[in-house]
Design a protein around this ligand. Structure first.
Ligand code: GRG
Length: 296
């Protein structure tokens, strides 16, 4: 196992334990809702967003205990979005992270409430008094996660996505949709992790933000490539859905080869954005590589 793989595995384990600790116990009422919340969040997922938060926290020498809380807040928002996205009114899927989706395993009303409750829990965690020493930085973190999740971020991107099924989208529109739907939360993961530590000046923050924009787009390009190339068993979610639903994607617009080239270009841009930083940016570079080279 490489040093990076060990770092990743260690942090994934840490995230799992922190999430388990933060989630309500199944023995507490309402037990069915709590059971479904734990089902939705625990025991699956690559935890890419928390890993990005930890890597950004290393850049600003943040206390990992603080980053951990920011990291799980972002993951809870991500988990809520997957639960709602899988519901019949949206993507209508039955498989997620290798197991039945929440509305299939429980029911639709429970799935709606799971998403609602996970979102509230994320903000409860991020609003903990004293999470970071600088109260103004904590308010920035709350603001950043709220705007990344809302209509100018993930929820807005999802609205554009739903409205575009079966319609031909041009590249700028596709890019705008993904900057909001997938990119905003990835960007917030990096910002939140960095804000847990020493303040960066505006130039450094701008470079870090450019890195996260590149990684966010690359993540989506690779997601489209995997949907076209990988199997359902490998992905743990239904493969080939984009083509089946006639959805505009990077693959449908560019073809597989150019989509892969684009992911490579974005990887180079992400690395270049970090050139001014020292060895403390190494994990962010490695994560960009992982996001582009992943096979699920
Ligand atoms: C319902 C408000 C609302 C938003 C849903 C995230 C999202 C928006 C929809 C998910 C659909 C999708 C396949 C988006 C593409 C990129 C993406 C977010 C993939 C899933 O994220 P991973 O690969 O999943 O990080 P794991 O399971 O590893 O956490």
């Amino acid at each position: 196992m490489s040093d990076f793989q060990a770092w990743m595995a260690g942090h994934q384990e840490r995230v799992e334990a922190a999430l388990s600790n933060a989630l309500p116990l199944t023995s507490h009422a309402p037990t069915r809702l709590h059971d479904a919340m734990r089902y939705a969040v625990l025991g699956g997922g690559k935890r890419v967003r928390p890993l990005l938060a930890f890597a950004a926290g290393e850049l600003t020498q943040a206390d990992p205990a603080r980053v951990e809380q920011a990291a799980i807040a972002v993951e809870l928002i991500h988990a809520y979005s997957l639960v709602h996205d899988d519901m019949p009114a949206m993507d209508n899927d039955v498989l997620r992270r290798g197991k039945p989706t929440v509305h299939v395993e429980f029911d639709e009303a429970t799935a709606l409430l799971v998403g609602d409750a996970l979102q509230s829990l994320a903000f409860e965690i991020l609003a903990q008094p004293g999470l970071v020493e600088n109260a103004a930085a904590q308010v920035r973190m709350l603001n950043s996660l709220a705007s990344a999740s809302g209509s100018h971020g993930m929820a807005g991107g999802q609205a554009i996505d739903l409205a575009s099924v079966g319609k031909p989208l041009e590249m700028p529109e596709l890019e705008f949709m993904h900057i909001l739907k997938t990119g905003a939360l990835i960007r917030a993961s990096v910002t939140l992790g960095a804000l847990c530590g020493k303040a960066l000046d505006a130039t450094a923050m701008g470079k870090l933000d450019h890195y996260s924009k590149c990684v966010g787009l690359a993540f989506q390009v690779v997601d489209d490539v995997l949907d076209a190339e990988a199997s359902t068993a490998t992905l743990g979610k239904t493969a080939g859905k984009d083509a089946a639903q006639n959805k505009p994607t990077y693959v449908s617009l560019l073809g597989l080869t150019r989509a892969k080239d684009l992911a490579e270009e974005l990887r180079t841009d992400a690395h270049d954005a970090l050139l001014g930083f020292g060895p403390e940016a190494e994990r962010l570079k490695q994560l960009a590589d992982y996001i582009i080279n992943r096979d699920f």
